[in-house]
Design a protein around this ligand. Structure first.
Ligand SMILES: N[C@@H](CCC(=O)N[C@@H](CS)C(=O)NCC(=O)O)C(=O)O
Length: 239
């Protein structure tokens, strides 16, 4: 049965944003209807700047109230709608919040990786991502989710994190997941989880390729080369 929410919910979104995806995943887990309203972050409309103090997606419009910051949105949804995704015990909940923050930090590292302007910078970020994956391997249990059988907010955070690697691995094998069976199994599990799948649409891989190609970074050049040898699909969404 769908959870009750009497006020209409609008998720102000960007098609590639991993922070938006985590909010969309939580909304789907809660079974509440919501409208997704995409904005162009390169030309932010006035109505968006009026409701997003930091000029970032996501924003959740709850009637007249605009809630910004994805972790806050996820926590609000979890407090107000069943089923509860956070654990009951405060200490366990604190641990989950900490790993959500770890996920946000990893997204920043992924950003530094795809924006790196020289080979040394890229190598440093590859090493950092690899270290983060090893840290995850050390804390994961038997699965299939972060905390066992139940899907949690930590899973909602990491579904979009792992999604990047579907496209990144087309470009080059960076060895991020080598010898890390628990992370690999978690990644596979999240990739097939219905709410994680539903958080993006079919345009996502090509839009991400286009976005990465336009970074003017080392990775952008690697994509160009991969395209030349037909290792990644050629077609741009805008073509
Ligand atoms: N801490 C924020 C990060 C959100 C964020 O960085 N969103 C990006 C898109 S993925 C954005 O809106 N960037 C536009 C900008 O910074 O101008 C959250 O968790 O909601």
């Amino acid at each position: 049965m769908a959870a009750q929410h009497n006020t209409p919910l609008v998720l102000v979104s960007h098609v590639l944003c991993p922070y938006v995806q985590r909010a969309a995943i939580v909304l789907k887990e809660k079974g509440v209807p919501f409208e997704r309203r995409d904005v162009d972050l390169t030309q932010k409309p006035d109505w968006f700047l009026a409701c997003s103090p930091l000029g970032k997606t996501p924003v959740l419009l709850v009637g007249d109230e605009a809630i910004f910051e994805s972790a806050v949105i996820c926590e609000y949804l979890d407090e107000s709608l069943a089923p509860r995704l956070h654990p009951d015990r405060p200490l366990e909940r604190a641990r989950h919040r900490a790993w959500m923050e770890f996920g946000s930090s990893l997204l920043n590292t992924i950003g530094a990786f795809y924006n790196a302007k020289d080979a040394d910078g890229l190598a440093a970020q590859v090493k950092q991502i690899r270290t983060r994956m090893e840290q995850l391997e050390a804390v994961l249990g038997a699965g299939p989710y972060f905390a066992g059988c139940r899907f949690s907010l930590v899973d909602a955070v990491f579904g979009p994190v792992f999604r990047y690697f579907e496209v990144l691995e087309e470009i080059k094998d960076f060895g991020f997941f080598d010898g890390l069976p628990k992370v690999v199994a978690w990644r596979v599990q999240l990739a097939q989880h219905p709410s994680v799948r539903a958080a993006t649409d079919a345009r996502y891989p090509q839009l991400l390729r286009d976005f990465l190609r336009n970074r003017n970074s080392v990775l952008s050049k690697l994509i160009e080369n991969a395209m030349r040898f037909s290792l990644v699909p050629q077609k741009s969404v805008s073509d």
